[in-house]
Design a protein around this ligand. Structure first.
Ligand code: GRF
Length: 217
């Protein structure tokens, strides 16, 4: 295999998606290695997990910096020091400047718990329930300056039940997030997700017989 892509994961909280990426990257033929975990909040639960598991992990508290650009300068320095080639945002709740996003163009990915382009931003599960959609899911995409936009790499879908609350729907989606994020990072790190305009062309098998009916028929 060619060299593994040196990957950083940026978190702000619980870090369950980070854990799914770290666990996937332990598999010998996985094309990415997690070389750094960064949290922008000292109380992010995920950072404690990363430290316990011996990962290089740092807190760069955005509150310590006067501006977004100052914060990003320190972030960038940490990424550079570790020779990071790919950045995976995993519940990273901080908007980035267009300059930072441009620097990581096609080298920074994010997971959002909706089937984009629907339900961008906060309270995405509430938005899905309020809209009455019968299928919801999550999206892994390349990051662009506009929030929750950018070429889509992979998506996963789950049914929405009439009895769902935002919590039950979030939990159902989170399960597929933990499957699809490692899968999408694998595609990107292996060079199997090629951008063509603002779309991503995948050179990997897609099971075209997959169907999800909601309600079931
Ligand atoms: C996930 O639902 C992710 O899609 C969204 O924020 C949540 C983070 O959860 N961007 P975790 O910190 O990965 O557990």
């Amino acid at each position: 295999m060619t060299e593994k892509k040196r990957t950083a994961i940026l978190i702000s909280g619980r870090g369950s998606n980070m854990r799914s990426l770290v666990e996937a990257a332990r598999v010998p033929d996985y094309p990415a290695e997690i070389v750094l975990v960064i949290a922008n909040r000292p109380d992010a639960a995920g950072i404690a997990w990363a430290v316990e598991h011996g990962l290089p992990a740092v807190v760069i508290d955005h509150k310590d910096y006067a501006s977004r650009a100052d914060f990003e300068r320190v972030l960038q320095a940490a990424l550079d020091t570790s020779g990071v080639e790919l950045v995976a945002l995993a519940g990273f709740m901080r908007l980035m400047t267009p300059e930072f996003v441009a620097h990581w163009h096609d080298r920074m990915i994010n997971i959002h718990p909706s089937l984009l382009p629907s339900f961008k931003g906060l309270h995405t599960h509430e938005q899905a329930i309020a809209a009455g959609v019968k299928i919801a899911g999550c999206t892994v995409h390349f990051v662009r300056a506009e929030m929750d936009s950018g070429p889509i790499i992979a998506q996963a879908a789950v049914p929405v039940l009439s009895s769902d609350t935002s919590e039950t729907l979030a939990a159902r989606i989170l399960e597929v997030e933990h499957q699809v994020y490692p899968f999408a990072l694998r595609l990107v790190a292996a060079g199997q997700a090629r951008r063509d305009g603002e779309k991503v062309v995948i050179s990997s098998d897609v099971n075209e017989t997959n169907r999800l009916y909601s309600p079931g028929i």
